[in-house]
Design a protein around this ligand. Structure first.
Ligand code: ATP
Length: 358
C-alpha cells in the first residue's frame, strides 16, 4: 500500500515540529527517515500512524492507497509498530507475544486456534527463532527481542510497518546483523515500511529510498546512491558521513580554495562569490611529490591505520585540518609517517555557492 503525506505541518505549543512536509512512499517500498535529533522524524511517523494529528490548517492530509485516513482511528489503519524499547509483554512467552494481536481481535474476525498457531510458527521461522517459542522475553538477547517485536507487528498482516529506531538500544555489532536481516525480511514480505533512524550507515544500507530531515523539513529524498553522491544541500553532504569543507570563492566557473583552483562545470554561469567546497576523505589522494595534478601541501599530523582505509589527519598550509581515507594498500605502499610533508589531491569535489550547486 502506498502512502502519501501532503503538506503536513505540526505545531506543539509555539514550536513547529513539521513545516509543510510532503512525501510519497510507494507500495512495498522500504524508506528510512534520517535526520538529527529533534528534526521531526518521530513526529512524521506518528502522524502517519494516526498517533498524532497534523495541524488543522486545511492543507495537510495523509493518504493510504489514495484514501484520506484523517478520520481513521489508529487501529483501523492496519499499521504495525516497533519502537526502540521493545514493548514485549514480560509475562507472556514468545509464542503468546506474537499471537497477541490475533487473539484480541473481535470474535468474528479472530482466526481459529490452529490458524493462529500456524501463523505464529511461520513468523518464528521467518525471524529464525523457531526453537524459542516457549521462552519469555527476559530469556532473550536484545536483538532477539527486537526480532520478536517485528514478528508481533507482522502477525496482524499490517498494510504498513512503522519502525522507530528499532535497533537504537543495541550494540553496533548486533545492529549491523539486524540491519542485514531486516533488509532480507523486507525482500520476503514486501510490506510498505518506514524506518526512523539517526544512523547514517543504517539508513543508507537498508533503504530503497532515504528521506533526509532537518529542522522540521525534508532536505532531500532519494536512493542511498543519490543522497550520498548527489547531495542536494550542504546539510545533506555534511550529515551523511565525514567531509572536509574548504571556504573558497567561485569565479568564472572555477572554485578557488586553499591553493587550488578547479573547474566546476555545473556552476559555469554562476555569479562570482563565496563558495564552500566539500571533499569526502575517500575522494582525496596523497602523493609524496607534486605530480602535476591539482594538489595542496599538508603535514601529516596523525595516522589511524586500523581498517580497510588508513585514516589520516593532515594540516594544510593555511591551518585547515584535512581528513584523508587512504586504501590500506596505498597507505602501506607510500609508507607514510606523521610529520611528513605531502601533497593532497581531490578526485571529486562538491561546490555549494549561494543558489547554485553541483
Ligand atoms: P529523535 O531522533 O531525538 O527522536 P526526532 O527527529 O524523532 O528526534 P521528534 O521526536 O519528531 O524528533 O521531535 C521534533 C521536535 O518536536 C522536538 O524538538 C521535540 O522536542 C518536539 N516535540 C515532539 N513531541 C512533542 C510534544 N508532544 N510536545 C512538545 N514538543 C514535542
Amino acid at each position: 500500500m502506498g502512502i502519501e503525506v501532503q503538506r503536513v505541518s505540526k505545531t506543539f505549543g509555539s514550536f513547529k515540529a513539521l513545516k509543510d512536509v510532503s512525501l510519497k512512499v510507494n507500495d512495498g517500498e522500504l524508506v528510512t527517515l534520517l535526520g538529527p535529533s529533534g528534526s521531526g522524524k518521530t513526529t512524521l511517523l506518528r502522524i502517519i500512524a494516526g498517533l498524532e494529528l497534523p495541524d488543522d490548517d486545511d492543507k495537510g492530509a495523509v493518504l493510504f492507497s489514495g484514501e484520506d485516513v484523517a478520520k481513521k482511528h489508529v487501529r483501523d489503519r492496519q499499521v504495525g509498530f516497533v519502537f526502540q524499547h521493545y514493548a514485549l509483554f514480560k509475562h507472556m512467552s514468545v509464542f503468546d507475544n506474537i499471537a497477541f494481536g490475533l487473539r484480541v481481535r473481535p470474535k468474528h474476525e479472530r482466526p481459529s486456534k490452529q490458524a493462529i498457531k500456524d501463523k505464529v510458527m511461520s513468523l518464528l521461522k521467518l525471524i529464525q527463532l523457531e526453537q524459542f517459542a516457549t521462552r519469555f522475553p527476559s530469556q532473550l538477547s536484545g536483538g532477539q527481542r527486537q526480532r520478536v517485536a517485528l514478528a508481533r507487528a507482522l502477525a496482524i498482516e499490517p498494510r504498513v510497518l512503522l519502525l522507530d529506531e528499532p535497533f537504537g538500544a543495541l550494540d553496533a555489532k548486533v545492529r549491523q546483523g539486524l540491519r542485514t536481516w531486516l533488509r532480507r525480511l523486507h525482500d520476503e514480505v514486501h510490506v510498505t515500511t518506514i524506518l526512523v533512524t539517526h544512523d547514517q550507515e543504517e539508513a543508507l544500507e537498508v533503504a530503497d529510498r532515504v528521506v533526509v530531515m532537518n529542522q522540521s523539513k525534508i532536505e532531500q529524498v532519494g536512493t542511498p546512491e543519490e543522497v550520498f553522491h548527489k547531495p542536494a544541500s550542504e546539510f545533506v553532504i555534511d550529515f551523511l558521513g565525514n567531509v572536509n569543507v574548504f571556504k573558497g570563492r567561485l569565479e568564472s566557473g572555477r572554485a578557488h580554495f586553499d591553493t587550488l583552483a578547479m573547474d566546476v562545470p555545473g556552476l559555469a554561469h554562476a555569479p562570482a562569490g563565496h563558495a564552500n567546497v566539500y571533499v569526502r576523505p575517500h575522494d582525496l589522494d596523497i602523493d609524496r611529490q607534486k605530480n602535476g595534478s591539482q594538489s595542496l601541501a599538508a603535514n601529516i599530523e596523525r595516522i589511524n591505520p586500523a581498517g580497510a582505509h588508513a585514516k589520516l589527519t593532515l594540516l594544510g598550509v593555511d591551518g585547515n585540518e584535512i581528513q584523508v581515507d587512504l586504501p590500506f594498500e596505498r597507505f602501506t605502499a607510500l609508507n607514510l609517517k606523521p610529520g611528513e610533508l605531502v601533497y593532497v589531491s581531490p578526485r571529486k569535489v562538491h561546490v555549494f555557492a549561494p543558489e547554485y550547486m553541483i
